[in-house]
Design a protein around this ligand. Sequence first.
Ligand SMILES: *Cc1c(COP(=O)(O)O)cnc(C)c1O
Length: 374
Amino acid sequence: MSLRQHRNTYAEVNLQAIYHNVQAMKRQLKKETKMIAVVKANGYGHGAVQVAKTALQAGADYLAVALLEEALELREAGIDAPILVFGYVHPKDAQVAASNRFTLTVYHKEWLEEVKKNLLTEPLHIHMKIDTGMGRVGLRLEEEIQTFFDVLEGIENVFLTGVYTHFATADDMKMNMFEQQKETFEQLLYYVQKRATERLCVHTSNSAASIREPHDTYQAIRFGVAMYGLYPSEDIYNLHSIQLRRAFSLHSEIIHIKKVKKDSIISYGATYTARDDEWIATLPIGYADGWSRSLQGFHVLIDGKKCEIVGRICMDQMMIKVDQYYPIGTKATLIGEQKGTEIAIDEVAEYLGTINYEIPCMLTNRIPRRYKNR
Ligand SMILES: *Cc1c(COP(=O)(O)O)cnc(C)c1O
């Protein structure tokens, strides 16, 4: 698709908010604690390159992504900062990572054995992942850690520079699994540090853990969702310990408007029947943009007023019920503020029965991201 922007449907990303959120978090950390800004999944849908540059300007020290492709996108954009890749990278791609100075996450001795077969032309840095209860990836036992080091010690040009784990319930103040994971990590970290040949960058805290315990973080935090101005959960919001600014908004405009007679049908499946003579407007956004069909019955803002989404959401368009005539081109806000009324990402998430993280991620790249820097 052409990258030119002709559409009147767009997301606006406020980079000043991201800058503010990085600094607000940094102010709470100990001076020596580093920040790894997490920009995986195209910066949680906000745009990885723009967010990464802003985070670095605001004082983040490292970047992290999930995929090798995402790391390459940052390098190709001229970003020179260290980049940690969280996700699995095939051993055959270790050379690509080494050449680009990416740090890879490793948790299999077999992975190391595979990499050993082809000598790398540049040093490769790796972080060891420990599974302390998330049950996703990582070494779980002391023996696994010991054999991992046995293999690692026989490989030239691969250097262990960090070790980390990930919490499953850091956003839930009632769960003591968080404390258990911290304890398990402490125990396993002892064996790792005993065999490490250099000082390791140890990191465990995601946004939730960083906000909960900004002074209990080892060497670095992995700052994700909160950087975008979203609270990881209601529990974390209720701590009232950090003021985050939302960075993302979503807008479109009225492209058609009509007054329909009572009992008129709107959209596929005839699921909506006008209860009266009603003003119905059409917006050029649909499920192919990631605006889910399940948002039927939710609302958007026109002139600061909440207007119901009526009838099935189509692939490229949807209809809303408005209170009066509005001219073609009238702005519609699907996420964000109009005249003091706001639709937050959290409300969209709640309507869909999901978490705020998913909402900006689900909006496809058919929606251009525009950047605002003030
Ligand atoms: C995505 C991710 C993070 C960031 O988590 P947030 O809750 O968004 O702060 C941290 N660590 C790992 C391993 C991740 O995959």
